[in-house]
Design a protein around this ligand. Sequence first.
Ligand code: FMN
Length: 193
Amino acid sequence: MKYIIAGTDRPDSNTLKVSKYIQTIYQQLGETVEIIDLKEMKTHLHQDIHYGKPSEGLKPYLDKVLGSDGLIVVSPEYNGSMPGILKYFIDHLKFPESFEFRPVCFVGLGGMFGALRPVEHLQQIFGYRNAYVYPERVFIMGVHKILNAEGQPQDETIKQLLLKQAQGFQKFTQALSSFKIDANAVIEKKKQP
Ligand SMILES: Cc1cc2nc3c(=O)[nH]c(=O)nc-3n(C[C@H](O)[C@H](O)[C@H](O)COP(=O)(O)O)c2cc1C
């Protein structure tokens, strides 16, 4: 299963709206995909101060990442970077298996630069953690102008770019898992005697 990490806890977030739209694209491609909403998760996150020893409330969220065949990280830009809660969540994920050899792709959204800065910083983090970073990123500039009242993107170019990224990322994850070089296959192999 794939997971979309909606990278903020802000109420009425555009990130969550875009994440829901991306979820429908993957569903149309025949994928099972769930959203990890950091707003829902944050009560558990703040109860847990033991990095590496998650509380019972936080554990299901960390397990989703650990079992995923691909992660789609959707991040807004806050003060030239990613939201603090997204980095805080990342820092609670089990090392190294949460990201090592795990396929990941990125969508950024914001004002003038479409979250170029946080996405490039996320690429550094996931690169450092040995993830398989899908090269095609999508940057949504002026996000508040392109969503309608239902939170659906109205810009045809953005819709096409999100579809193209999803189609490519689906093939990317299939290719890695067919050769058993993705995170889940590596974890399974380590379990064998
Ligand atoms: C705390 C905060 C800081 C922001 N900083 C930036 C910024 O540095 N650059 C930018 O382009 N947009 C910035 N924005 C605009 C957001 O990227 C934009 O409003 C986006 O919709 C936020 O995502 P959200 O609706 O999921 O919170 C900021 C918004 C917030 C709430």
